[in-house]
Design a protein around this ligand. Structure first.
Ligand SMILES: *Cc1c(COP(=O)(O)O)cnc(C)c1O
Length: 313
């Protein structure tokens, strides 16, 4: 059984807005996982409750993880590592390290004193090997290191989102939102949130299905990734079976972290009409996808996964 820390402010609020219903063309509740903490806020916190719990249980003095140069996950991991007194080591993917601006997530990582190594996209393809090598180097320095995969997306991390659905069920029982949503919708970037939600709904109920909006790669890729994480999680804990789910890859825009003009206009509409800020890499694209999902759900729970520092980069 995995050890769990309490890191996030929970239960996260459920948020409704008439103008948002109008903009999306359906009845939507937003679960504000973007408000689950301070600077460390976002969906990675729920995963880190299990991953950092495991790291401490194994006697780690350092954690190693990886991501894009503006990784929300690397930022959240760095902040929590410092809160727990652990050394944070991050491998960040970039085409040109010399041009990375000191802003957004990167600035927060630097402020915390993360040990940052920039690697090229080609090197990043072997990130798991690079992190293992880093772990061996740290051991030679006398530091026991715990490796957290990209996005915190493995079986252990995904348990945080199994628990998120149990939390939702409590909120539903209190009458804070409908007892059964058509769908739960989230952005999908490394698959752990999707896998956890799929197992959470399969275990606890609360919705008919899960719809995940891919922000990179494609449907076949994420079906394989999510399937693997689901298998890992079920080997750790008696959960599931998985609820029905779909990966949608038609809304990822021109590239990871890059929006089309139409998507950018949608992001501005969200802010202007609803006062809702979504980031351009994840939640903005996921809400854009939800506004166009076909067939249309009649009700949806949208998981706002955070990402504000990425917008400010
Ligand atoms: C990482 C991230 C996601 C994607 O979650 P995965 O579990 O990696 O698929 C979505 N939104 C934000 C803001 C993120 O940082």
């Amino acid at each position: 059984m995995a050890a769990k820390l309490e890191l996030a402010h929970k239960p996260t609020p459920l948020w409704r807005n008439d103008a948002l219903d109008e903009l999306l063309g359906l009845s939507v509740w937003v679960k504000r996982d973007d408000a689950d903490g301070g600077a460390e806020a976002g969906n990675k916190l729920r995963k880190l409750e299990y991953l950092m719990g495991d790291a401490l249980a194994q006697g780690a003095q350092a954690v190693i993880t990886c991501g894009a140069a503006q990784s929300n996950h690397a930022r959240a991991t760095t902040l929590i590592a410092r809160q727990l007194g652990l050394v944070a080591v991050v491998l960040l993917r970039t085409k040109d390290a010399g041009r990375e601006p000191d802003s957004g997530n990167l600035r927060l990582m630097r402020m915390c004193g993360a040990r940052i190594t920039f690697v090229s996209p080609e090197q990043y393809a072997s990130r798991d090997e690079l992190m293992r090598a880093e772990s061996a180097r740290l051991k030679a320095e006398g530091l026991e290191a715990y490796v957290i995969p990209e996005g915190g997306s493995n079986g252990t991390g995904s348990l945080g989102y199994v628990d998120a659905v149990a939390e939702l069920r409590q909120q539903q029982k209190l009458g804070l939102c409908p007892d059964n949503f058509d769908t739960i919708v989230c952005a999908c970037g490394s698959g752990g949130t999707t896998a956890g939600l799929v197992l959470g709904v399969g275990t606890h109920g609360g919705a008919q299905r899960v719809d995940a909006i891919a922000v990179c790669d494609d449907r076949a890729y994420f079906e394989a990734v999510v399937g693997r994480i689901i298998d890992e999680a079920r080997a750790i804990r008696d959960v599931g079976p998985p609820a029905p789910y779909s990966i949608h890859d038609a809304y990822k825009g021109p590239a990871y972290g890059v929006m089309s003009d139409e998507q950018r206009a949608f992001l501005d509409q969200l802010a202007q009409r609803c006062g809702l800020i979504a980031d351009p890499t994840y939640s903005g694209k996921a809400l854009f996808g939800l506004s166009r999902l076909d067939p249309r759900p009649s009700s949806a729970l949208f998981i706002h996964t955070g990402g504000l520092p990425g917008l400010l980069a």
